[in-house]
Write a protein that binds this ligand. Sequence first.
Ligand SMILES: *[C@@H]1O[C@H](CO)[C@@H](O)[C@H](O)[C@H]1NC(C)=O
Ligand SMILES: *[C@@H]1O[C@H](CO)[C@@H](O)[C@H](O)[C@H]1NC(C)=O
Ligand SMILES: *[C@@H]1O[C@H](CO)[C@@H](O)[C@H](O)[C@H]1NC(C)=O
Ligand SMILES: *[C@@H]1O[C@H](CO)[C@@H](O)[C@H](O)[C@H]1NC(C)=O
Ligand SMILES: *[C@@H]1O[C@H](CO)[C@@H](O)[C@H](O)[C@H]1NC(C)=O
Length: 421
Amino acid sequence: MANLQGRATPWGSLRGRFDLLMALVIAAITLTIIYLARDAEPPPSEEEGGVSGMGKAGRREGECNLFSGRWVYDNMSYPLYKGLECKFLSDDFACEKYGREDLGYQNWRWQPHDCDLPRFNATAMLERLRNKRIVFVGDSLNRGQWVSMVCLVESAIPSNSVNLLSSPGKSSVMVFKAKEYNASIEFYWAPLLVESNCDDPRKPDPDRTVRIQAIKKHARHWSDADILVFDTYLWWRWSNVKVLWGSFESPSGIYKEVKKLRAYEMALNTWSQWMEIHVNRSKTELFFVSMSPTHYRAEEWGGVAGKNCYQETQPITKEDYWGSGSDQAMMRVVETVIDDLRARGVTVKILNITQLSEYRKEAHPTIYRKQWVPLKEEQLANPMSYADCYHWCLPGVPDVWNELLYAHIFKNWVPKLEENV
Ligand SMILES: *[C@@H]1O[C@H](CO)[C@@H](O)[C@H](O)[C@H]1NC(C)=O
Ligand SMILES: *[C@@H]1O[C@H](CO)[C@@H](O)[C@H](O)[C@H]1NC(C)=O
Ligand SMILES: *[C@@H]1O[C@H](CO)[C@@H](O)[C@H](O)[C@H]1NC(C)=O
Ligand SMILES: *[C@@H]1O[C@H](CO)[C@@H](O)[C@H](O)[C@H]1NC(C)=O
Ligand SMILES: *[C@@H]1O[C@H](CO)[C@@H](O)[C@H](O)[C@H]1NC(C)=O
């Protein structure tokens, strides 16, 4: 699979982290040996594991696409934290706090077809982030993933040793600091990645105008991060985009309406050029989160036409379900830009969360979130009309995105045994 190319094999990288992940490695080696022995191949010794195991493991990794799998109801291990206890859970995603009663959406585990996800270990994550910065950059979907990460690690540290600088929605920058680790988990608001008139989170301009070649103003906020997690998608979806060459202030700026797909490509190229020139390849790990699906058309999953995700309580079970909210052409643009960037020496891992999130029509906040603008009477009379089917409740789907991120940061998923018996 393209999305796993160029990564260290689980076997090779586990070897590389032998000191840090001793226990896990031993478990993984044991599993790998059993696994290989079953294939009637000699178990690799520690010395040759990285070399002779490579082709084999490489093939196996190709088979193990973490993003291909199914949801399993698991109310023993999930949720991974209690939403009502996470102080940093912002009101946009706090479905339980805002009165949602069916909480089944919190209890689903993602099970890849060919391997198991490692369990999220908050202490290990904080150790990995010691003296480091991870920055999530993008729109409110990415902010949801940032909040999820903060809630996931928060339970592992005493509350008097954390800091949250600036409050959600008020500023472009949000910083969570775990003091005793000197670890910084940050979010930076740049919904279109490049500069735009939507960069002020308090008053994004509905008449969207994008400075398609300008990213410096944003990039200085994340230029020396150790791990970067980007997303941008939904803000490009609505219509054609007004593109500006020149600055917002300058009277000589040139404005032109550009088709959204083309504008998206231009913006991602600006982003990738910045990355090529500025990213320290030996220091920074890079991720791009694929588009987050929306659930506004119930007829697409066999529901009643005219309805949306409001009052849904179960995931979609139809394999490979794909709704009209997720634009394949835009995903291909991301793929192409990131492939080109890899050819130029910068590797960005795509967290391909689209398919797995497609299944989760029941996991959006709908009406159970803070309403920033008071609702009108006719809206209150018809809750479906203001249901949020864009974002995700927390605890919930973005926790799994972070488990996938975690798996890629530690590269420690293991072959699944049962399927080979
Ligand atoms: C992501 O997964 C979907 C379906 O599983 C696939 O169609 C798509 O090509 C993948 N995209 C990338 C960038 O890997
Ligand atoms: C988990 O779900 C099962 C089946 O729905 C139920 O019987 C059980 O009580 C639940 N356990 C918890 C801890 O919620
Ligand atoms: C979590 O990680 C820490 C630090 O690496 C380790 O000491 C601990 O044993 C791990 N916990 C579990 C349950 O694996
Ligand atoms: C704390 O972390 C920052 C990165 O977030 C790093 O630049 C700084 O050197 C660290 N401080 C110490 C004392 O290691
Ligand atoms: C890139 O990062 C490495 C590892 O942190 C560091 O040693 C090196 O000096 C950095 N290079 C530049 C050009 O900043």
